[in-house]
Each structure stands twice: as C-alpha cells, then as structure tokens.
Design a protein around this ligand. Structure first.
Ligand SMILES: [Zn+2]
Length: 318
C-alpha cells in the first residue's frame, strides 16, 4: 500500500515542481527580456511548494489540501490554455456576452467561496497600465456611497489603454460613467474605463493589452478630468489596488485569489497573507501585530479612509 502512496507522491511532487519551476525559462538569466517584469509562470509560492512537497513526501499522510491545490492549479492552467479558443472570453463564468446591460451582478450563491484566477501568462498575455498617473481617489466608501473603482489623474485627450487582452462588451455613453468602455478578459475579469472624452473601440471588438480604448476626459458624473477604473468579476466590483500597484504600474502577482466574504467578493494577490478581522480589532492593533504602521496597512489595502474595521472583513497584511 505504501508504494502506491509513493508513486502518487512522486507524481504530485513532479507536477508541483513543474508548476513552480517551468522548464521554458529562456530569459531567466542574462540580458533582461522586455516581458520579464510581468511575465512569469510561477503560480505556487516557494513556501507553499515546500509545504506541499513536505506533506506529499510524508507518505503516510498526503494532505488532502495539497491534492486539492494541485488539482485547482492544474485545472486553472488547462482552462486558461483553451480560453482563447472560445470566441466569448470568460464564457464559463457568464451565461452570455451581454452588450446591453452594463452590469448584472451574479447572486451571492453563484460566487466562488475560494478561487485562484490566473491574470497573466503565455495564453492570457501581459498587463498594460491603462494610464500612468497619480491616484486621486481610492476604492471604498466615499461620501456615504461606495466608490467601486479607483480614480487616476489625466489630461483631456490622454490615451487610455486596455489593461489586458479581451473583448469589448460595452462602448457607449452611460449616465454617471459618461463615455465608458467595458472589456471582458479571458480569465473572466472585466475592466471598466469611464469618463472618456472619446471612445475608440466598438462593442464586440477584440482588443489586446495596451490597445487604445479611448481618450481621457470628464464626461458623466466627474469633477475634473480623470480615469475612473474598475475591475469586476461576475459583475461584482473588486478593489483594483489589490491586483495592481498603481505606484509601480504593474500587477502584484500573476495569480489573484478571490474569496467570498460577508462583504461580497474580496480579491488578493495569491502570495498575500490575509487577516480576518475579529471583534475588537482596530487598524492600529492589527498593523502593530504584523509589524506595520497603520498607514502602511491602509496602503496595502488600497484605502486611506478613516473607517472602522468590520468583523469578518479581510485585510492584507503583507
Ligand atoms: Zn471614480
């Protein structure tokens, strides 16, 4: 019986190693390649790998979590490989490619409890900053309303680019958003570009990362020219600052973890450690516990607001 475990263990270990250290890394050493910063196939952190290989090689008890994790990652890799063969990006997450309704958020029970979503790799392509500029307003509560995106300063006429490869679902004037473009990507995420002075794409058009989608402006409900940028999954807004560093203009990690929480969908870079707020916690106490200042922890969580923590809320602590 033990030899069966041994074989399973070795197969799993080999699979894990091939994920963490892909064979095809011609640019790993020597002269930097232009895609090096955002382009890496690593989907399992070193600590996770050590833990998984350890638990596998401890042959009397292969951790069910390790097996589940390998299955999850291999399914995700397989899914992404075939994603672009479909004419409808993210078709496994959406019933249709709706070019009429701006958003139709999926009911809570249709949201994943926990899921890893690949953001960039060979098949999905790379990330391009929609615009490089100063963040003037973060995601979160603002004037008693939820601000479901992030505002980036720009001048009228500045080029606004698609963040990832995908297909334009909405490209029109829409109430508060003004001229807005919504692109659905092959991993199921959608990005939103609002307050544009001009739209440069059409609904149904296939776009690549870095392609011009519109020109910056202040149409719709906006004071001053800026880009209102959102990231959504199944119609639910995610904090873009947990996927993208707007100071470094790159994504934090090529895998994004989505978790269902009391407050909708929370998204974190998969290499982040997440703390769930307990009764009595304050920003100051949690930050101190993890060797951070309150300001550092707020920055990590893409907020600068003075709001109280809520029990069950999830915070990044690294
Ligand atoms: Zn905004």
């Amino acid at each position: 019986m033990k030899s069966v475990f041994k074989i399973i263990g070795l197969i799993l270990a080999a699979t894990l190693v091939s994920f963490a250290f892909p064979v095809n890394r011609p640019y790993a050493k020597g002269t930097p390649h232009k895609e090096d910063t955002t382009h890496t196939e690593k989907t399992v952190s070193y600590e996770e790998l050590v833990y998984m290989v350890d638990s596998i090689l401890d042959l009397d008890s292969i951790s069910p979590q390790a097996i589940a994790m390998v299955t999850n990652y291999s399914a995700e890799l397989e899914r992404v490989k075939t994603a672009k063969l479909s004419t409808l990006p993210g078709s496994e997450f959406y019933e249709n490619f709706d070019e009429e309704t701006v958003f139709s958020p999926a009911p809570d029970d249709a949201l994943p409890e926990l899921m890893n979503l690949l953001v960039t790799n060979d098949s999905l392509g790379t990330y391009t900053p929609p615009i490089c500029g100063i963040v003037t307003s973060n995601y979160g509560w603002r004037d008693k309303r939820m601000h479901k995106g992030i505002d980036i300063d720009l001048n009228k006429g500045d080029k606004v680019l698609s963040a990832f490869d995908g297909k334009v679902r909405i490209a029109r004037k829409q109430n508060g958003y003004g001229n807005v473009v919504i692109v659905r990507h092959y991993n199921g995420l959608e990005t939103v570009y609002a307050h544009l002075s001009k739209i440069k794409v059409k609904a149904g058009e296939v776009v690549t990362s870095g392609q011009l989608v519109g020109l910056g402006g202040m149409t719709g409900h906006a004071t001053g020219t800026h880009l209102h940028f959102e990231v959504r999954f199944k119609g639910h807004a995610l904090n873009p600052a947990n996927l993208i560093s707007f100071t470094d203009n790159k994504i934090y990690n090529d895998t994004l973890t989505l978790r269902k929480s009391k407050y909708g969908l929370a998204a974190f870079p998969s290499n982040a450690t997440v703390y769930t707020v307990q009764r009595g916690d304050s920003w100051y106490e949690v930050a101190k516990r993890y060797g951070l200042t309150t300001q550092q922890m707020k920055a990590l969580n893409g907020t600068d607001k003075r709001f109280y923590l809520k029990v069950g809320q999830q915070l990044r602590i690294n």
